[in-house]
Design a protein around this ligand. Structure first.
Ligand code: SF4
Ligand code: SF3
Length: 538
């Protein structure tokens, strides 16, 4: 195996025996082969679309498969094998793209041995490609995984866009074409532009489905009734579970990236959505153990479970892990969560992990509703600077940097955040400035679009360009949704982004030089140095 797609990749280079995430070599190979087959499917589907044909369902399928290969989503070889078979079936039902097609269009996943051999060929092929070109291909593929993930989230709620899925297929096909460095850079930047579109689509999907978020204080104390813990990003799963558990005597708690669910009127209306339990995904092994009741994992990030609680973990949607119970949707799209409810009733209530109240729901609508206050606070000097600290949390010990950085910020600064990175500082009690919370949590990483809208609104209010605002970017990344968000920010012309806690292993020295020269991207240094650079004269 060779996998370098996340921040925790072994030795900062690549996992070659077993993933730091727990992914086995077999699973890594299956994920590579799935992506490879999607490339062939895309070549054929695009050719058919040009002639007025094609498979209109293929785009959504591709998005779901890309999401499946994201870090910490699906560890189950059997599920991945089924997806490869399905990808090949869809591909083979399309007419050939021409008299000479790439191997990805024609190879057949005839047996586990054939798939394993193909996986080895794919890994070996990396060696024969120019390092910068390979780096750009990987940057593009990882951006596409983020794109597929966000598209899948929107599509689940009924919001789709053929332009986005066509780009996804064009970009996948482009990685087979032996394009020049310049052309690949073009695709990478285009991926960011389409990323802005998908984030906007998802924003519309969420608010149309569950209402406009409101700035909301969420309790973290454990109650006295049995509970179900919901983690991941899929709001529809949570909504369906809340509806099915009404009056059951079972409480529902959010975990990790589900915290912002409390801000949506369509979800907050359920009295038995009682609070948030625990923190971000890296701490789930202790937190799930202490929760005592069943846990529903709707999307990333799943950590291989401990034996002490594995019988209480249920996966759903694209998430998979061999041996865990999986809740599938029926053909009409409905999911039956009754097994979790019955399971919860047999369990003790959660052990208390209280970390005080957390504030969330600071999405673009509620923040822009207080735009006059925010603009006034900047003009009066009460707010000197905004720090965008969005992104991921992770296990790497160096991530305490973000807690130390947040603590060291002067009292006249405001953190704009989204994603699970916020758990490094959202319970520090950083207070407010004239009623504006000093940690403005727009929501999940899925809600990064809010940060873009807020920045654009501030730029308009002050009549300046986006890079002339008193905003610094100190982004934490871990997986490929964050790669897409980074590309989206670059496509909007945002410069001088600080990225940490470690730079991606898949970025070659040549590509890094381009990122530094054109966008001013840097890695983190010490808290003191970074503070001086981002909040000069603090
Ligand atoms: Fe390694 Fe990250 Fe890939 Fe897992 S996802 S195998 S930790 S690089
Ligand atoms: Fe977190 Fe996995 Fe990226 Fe959604 S839950 S931000 S890491």
């Amino acid at each position: 195996m060779f996998c370098n797609q996340c921040e925790e990749t072994a030795k900062g280079h690549g996992c070659t025996v077993r993933g730091v995430c727990g992914k086995e070599g077999e699973t890594a190979g299956l994920q590579d082969v799935l992506i490879y087959t999607l490339k062939g499917l895309s070549v054929r589907n695009l050719a058919a679309m040009k002639k007025g044909g094609g498979n209109p369902e293929a785009g959504r399928f591709v998005a779901g498969c890309l999401f499946t290969t994201l870090t910490n989503v699906n560890f189950d070889p059997a599920r991945l094998r089924d997806m490869i078979d399905e990808a090949a079936r869809i591909r083979d039902a399309l007419p050939p793209a021409g008299s000479t097609e790439p191997d990805a269009c024609t190879w057949a996943p005839k047996s586990p041995a054939a798939i394993a051999a193909k996986a080895q060929t794919i890994v070996a092929a990396r060696e024969s490609v120019d390092a910068d070109l390979q780096s750009l291909r990987e940057l593009l593929i990882y951006g596409l995984k983020g794109l597929g993930a966000y598209y899948h989230h929107a599509a689940i709620l009924g919001y789709e866009d053929d332009g986005i899925t066509t780009f996804m297929q064009e970009a996948l096909a482009a990685t087979l074409q032996g394009l020049s460095i310049e052309d690949m850079v073009g695709y990478v930047l285009a991926c960011g532009e389409v990323g802005v579109k998908v984030l906007a689509l998802l924003d519309t999907a969420n608010t149309a489905s569950y209402g406009t978020p409101a700035i909301t204080t969420v309790g973290t104390a454990a109650g006295t009734r049995p509970g179900i813990l919901v983690t991941g990003h899929d709001l529809k799963d949570l909504a369906d579970l809340l509806e099915q558990t009404r009056g059951s005597g079972v409480d529902i708690y959010t975990h990790g990236e589900m915290l912002p669910a409390h801000a949506y009127p369509g979800l907050a209306k359920y009295d038995h959505l009682v609070g948030n339990y625990g923190g971000s995904w890296p701490f789930q092994r202790e937190e799930f153990e202490r929760f005592n009741g069943p846990v529903l994992v709707t999307t990333n990030c799943l950590v291989p479970p401990k034996d002490s609680y594995r019988d209480r973990v249920y996966t759903t949607g694209l998430v998979g892990f061999a041996g865990l119970k999986h809740i599938d949707a029926s053909p009409d799209g409905k999911k039956d969560f009754s097994a979790l409810v019955e399971h919860a009733k047999r369990c003790e209530p959660p052990a208390d992990l209280s970390r005080g109240d957390l504030v969330t729901g600071c999405a673009h609508a509620p923040v822009l509703a207080i735009a006059d206050t925010v603009v006034g606070a900047v003009k009066s000097g009460a707010v000197k600077r905004f720090l965008v600290m969005a992104g991921c949390d992770g296990r790497y010990s160096g991530r305490d940097y973000y807690t130390r950085f947040a603590k060291a910020l002067p009292a006249d600064t405001i953190i704009l955040t989204a994603g699970c990175a916020k758990y490094r500082y959202n319970s520090l009690g950083l207070g407010d400035i004239g009623g504006i919370p000093r940690v403005l949590d727009a929501g999940q990483c899925n809600d990064c679009y809010s940060l873009v809208v807020i920045a654009q609104a501030l730029a308009e209010a002050f009549g300046v360009g986006i890079n002339d605002l008193p905003i610094s970017y100190n982004i934490a990344w871990y997986e490929q949704k964050a790669v897409l968000v980074l590309l989206a920010l670059l496509s909007l012309g945002v410069k001088e982004i600080t990225l940490g806690p470690r730079l991606p292993g898949f970025v070659s020295p040549g590509v890094l030089a381009v990122l530094v020269e054109n966008f001013g991207i840097k890695g983190i240094a010490t808290v003191e140095e970074d503070l001086e650079r981002m909040v000069p004269g603090n």
